[in-house]
Design a protein around this ligand. Structure first.
Ligand SMILES: Cc1cc2nc3c(=O)[nH]c(=O)nc-3n(C[C@H](O)[C@H](O)[C@H](O)COP(=O)(O)OP(=O)(O)OC[C@H]3O[C@@H](n4cnc5c(N)ncnc54)[C@H](O)[C@@H]3O)c2cc1C
Length: 158
């Protein structure tokens, strides 16, 4: 069976992992920050959530034109609530991505991956996690992409 290690669990990594798993590969994703990557945790989801709050606040300014009387000065922005919603939605989507990958049989490892080949220029590589991810886990766990099975596969969800 082809063994694939993907470094990074953002949209590029998790979509590739799903396709590879659907084609029967043994797939491991090593992700440093959380399933969904920067897109889900910092970029796409948070930005849309901030835009939604900003849009709701801005609507007060133009409400009079639409025949709705409001007191613009009373529409204060509660920043802790805005930030809490951003964080909650990003974490919920990250959890969805993680669950989907696990349902498809993809192994997830929290940490930072790097190539660990003795020589350069190989078609097949050894990959190690050399640092804990932001959510913890065992350092230095090997999750080899070798076909000859020299390295133990890493446990699901670690
Ligand atoms: C503010 C903002 C808003 C955006 N909104 C949208 C949008 O609405 N729609 C849209 O289509 N695109 C949007 N984008 C673009 C989108 O975020 C990127 O196109 C997308 O994140 C790219 O996905 P990716 O998987 O390549 O990288 P990322 O999402 O950056 O994920 C890569 C992940 O790999 C991890 N990683 C990297 N190296 C290693 C390693 N060695 N070991 C372990 N993990 C590693 C990183 O921690 C990271 O989490 C937005 C971007 C920004 C900045």
């Amino acid at each position: 069976m082809t063994r694939i290690v993907i470094m990074g669990g953002g949209p590029a990594g998790y979509e590739a992992a799903l396709v590879a798993a659907q084609h029967g590969a043994d797939v491991t994703v090593v992700e440093n920050d959380g399933a969904g990557g920067a897109c889900v945790l910092y970029d796409c989801v948070p930005s849309k959530t901030f835009i939604a709050s900003a849009g709701a606040r801005s609507a007060f300014r133009n409400a009079g034109e639409l025949g709705i009387q409001t007191n613009n000065d009373l529409a204060a922005v509660d920043l802790p609530v805005v930030h809490g919603r951003v964080k909650g939605l990003a974490l919920a989507q990250s959890a969805d991505v993680r669950a989907r990958l696990q349902r498809e049989g993809v192994r997830l490892i929290n940490g930072r991956a790097k190539f660990a080949d003795d020589t350069r220029g190989l078609a097949q590589h050894q990959v190690v996690r050399d640092q804990r991810g932001r959510r913890g886990g065992d350092p230095q766990r090997r999750c080899g992409a070798h076909r000859n099975g020299r390295h133990a596969a890493c446990p699901a969800g670690r």
